[in-house]
Ligand binder design. Structure first.
Ligand code: PGA
Length: 271
């Protein structure tokens, strides 16, 4: 499969930034975005700003997703938001397993699995985030960490794939996207080089091929995230196994976000 057949996804993870007022200002100042066949653009605002983003983003064809969603549909889970609540306002995308959730809020492969499996069942598009820490990379454990995170997130015990694993895997190449985000590159200004990112994406694809099938691995979109900027995005998107970018800091300013989306369109037309 030609790499660009998977399309390009440019996603802005706003994290805990952009209040209602700032969300309004972001969309008011956003330049007209280029359109290209195969290009998908999404933003992930904080919960309180979702409705405002939903009012303003569709004019430019931008999708709106949540940064986190509980796996149960309702109940006694103080501080959480459920899939049906998001669906009611029109949110159909979600991030799962982001390293900041893992680092600061005790998230694990198990909670990533619970969220991803439930959201996929509920019809959501899910971006599942994985990535190694600096220490893990330095001692040569990158591949092992990525493989373990994939297995954990798929609810795969390591022997024969379980029923839950198979149910999730059916969405690869469809509503389930993987984002490789090396923890050492997130918010640090230290981007993985295109070679390092491509190498890790190949590891992810190889694991999906081994665990599921090579065609499933080939059609899975794998995004890169970690200090992506308008300056380095073209080089990253030029790599055959990088199918888009999940961008934090550089997605917050309208002109930067537009530049990232333009790079996505360029990557598609170059191929
Ligand atoms: P960053 O964040 O672009 O600010 O490094 C990326 C992410 O956490 O998704």
């Amino acid at each position: 499969m030609a790499s660009r057949a998977r399309g390009v996804l440019i996603a802005g993870n706003w994290k805990m930034n952009h209040s209602l007022r700032e969300t309004q200002a972001f969309f008011s100042a956003l330049p007209e975005l280029p359109k290209a066949v195969g290009l998908t653009v999404a933003v992930f605002p904080p919960f309180l700003s979702l409705q405002r983003a939903l009012d303003l983003a569709p004019v430019q064809g931008i999708l709106v997703g949540a940064q986190n969603v509980h796996w149960e549909r309702s109940g006694a889970f103080t501080g959480e938001v459920s899939g049906p609540m998001l669906e009611e306002i029109g949110v159909r995308w979600a991030l799962v397993g982001h390293s900041e959730r893992r680092q600061y809020f005790g998230e694990s492969d198990l909670t990533a699995h619970n969220r991803a499996a439930s959201l996929l069942e509920q019809g959501f598009h899910v971006i599942l985030c994985i990535g190694e820490t600096r220490a893990e990379r330095e001692i040569g454990r990158t591949q092992e960490v990525l493989v373990n995170q994939i297995r954990g997130a798929f609810g795969d015990s390591g022997d024969a794939p379980t029923e839950a694993t198979a149910r999730m895997a059916r969405h690869l190449g469809g509503r389930l996207v993987i984002a490789y985000e090396p923890v050492w590159a997130i918010g640090t200004g230290l981007t993985a080089t295109p070679e390092q990112a491509e190498e890790a994406h190949l590891m992810v694809r190889a694991e999906l091929a081994a665990r599921f099938t090579p065609p499933v691995a080939q059609k899975t979109q794998i995004l890169y995230g970690g200090s992506v900027t308008p300056q380095n995005v073209d080089q990253l998107l030029a790599c055959p196994n990088i199918d888009g970018a999940l961008v934090g800091g550089a997605s917050l300013k309208p002109e930067n976000f537009a530049a990232l989306v333009s790079a996505g369109a360029r990557a598609l037309t170059k191929s």
